[in-house]
Design a protein around this ligand. Sequence first.
Ligand code: HAM
Length: 521
Amino acid sequence: MARKPIKKTKKTTKKKAAVPQLQGFRFGSKGREPVRLKKTPSRAKKTGKAFQESQGRKMGSFSLLRGMKDVLPEEQKYWDLVRDKVEKLGSIYGFGKIETPILEETALFRRAVGEDTDIITKEMFSFKDQGGDEVCLRPEATASVVRAYIEHGMLNRSQPQKFWYLGPMFRRDRPQAGRQRQFNQFGFEAIGAGDSVIDAQLIILFYKICEELKMDVTVQINSIGCLECRPAYKKALVDYLKVKKNFLCDDCKNRLGKNPLRILDCKNRECQKMMEEAPQIVDFLCEDCKGHFIKVLECLDECAIPYNLNSKLVRGLDYYTKTVFEIWPLFDEQKEDQLGTQGEENEKGVSTNETNMTNKTNNKDGESVASKVDPSNLALGGGGRYDGLAEILGAREETPAAGFAVGIERMILVLKKQEVKISGSKKADIFLAQLGDQAKKISLKLFEDLRKGNIKTAENFSKDGLKSQLEQADKLGVKYTLIIGQKEILDRTIIIRDMESGVQEVVDFDKAVEEVKKRLK
Ligand code: HAM
């Protein structure tokens, strides 16, 4: 039913209330316009331009630093949704929340993430503090969680210790869609257990979070072996690439000596072409790593989690051993056509087939998921096993561990692209409109009573006119508006206006909450 139009209200001539004069001002002949007296009171505050001038400097406005983002109120529903799911599933799967500082010793990440990684060589927000200590804004949280695990002697507790976290990370990357300099991650870490079932459960948990968020995703998985078997693979890879060195990009020429595995997932198309015939790490895995990997895949099969074996997946942090995985968003062809690449750089820089994702496709319905991958999209998150990290960071004993982290901004980007329906915060049940100073005061108190009565009430106490308040109530789509003015105060009544029909009823003010509740039932 169409809402009844809001009638223009007659302007009532109000008796002007006596307004106390401010010190140093008198009211001019036009009434309310204050005229400054000659002598400015010495304690009067200088504001705005006058203040700037008095400071002898010209000040412009401020804007965000490059790669940073404000999260405005209208975005919060996405954040709340992700946070709620992470918290809920974290608790179900037995993970406890951990919070570590944003500021850490730079050396922690240098040692954990690896001296030759992009994160350490190019992306650290690192500086000397006033005390001369080399500190940084954390680029990730795994190293911090492992530091906390060691520092608090958690090795002596029952193993594994399972943690989840959520918070801002910092990388001085080139900003673009889905890549910021301050971004947020949630992550899960299971420290103190080497069983392959842990790797599988982490992947399942990651997949279930996406499933609960109604996101269409694919799991990419690989094993990069351990310190025993990886050197033989590295050698084979370097031998294979040596003769092709001139065709590699400058970064990869550099990587050939320092970090050859990263050439596997280089974005450059020429490099990717060179890698088509490259030796595959699975052929070099030792018995332990091979057995571990097969068991992880068997667990995933058991739980019907679809995955793609991706021999080019190596991850960008040095601490990984054995299993590595990522989750990528999927879009159906129709959506892909509509969305296009939208100017986003492909993190992989290569098409589905080029990333060799079609080696194995396992899908509950038996259909090929690889064919649906939108190559223009970035990984939602990734992780893997990091059996050597605790020892690298000073643990006295071998402490196997695994985990993953997810970029929340990227997740929200995908939620929006996949048009996942999100219910916003509950809209107001009623609007409380007031006319005049006295009514304003009474409304303030009534608002509290309505809140106590669990009635979600919208208001705009800074507005005086009834028309504008009714217009706002109409926009908010509330069922009823309570109206209180001078007459109602005298009669101790209140008007309840049905916004659908425009019908207004006068009820006893003391029964307002009760009457509203009756109507909202
Ligand atoms: P990562 O792959 O470096 O892994 O980051 C995980 C996720 O964080 C990425 O997949 C992405 O969604 C998000 N992310 C990374 N950089 C940016 C950026 N500049 N802007 C926006 N989002 C970004 C780690 O951080 C590991 N600590 C994961 C892990 C946990 N491994 C074991 N446990």
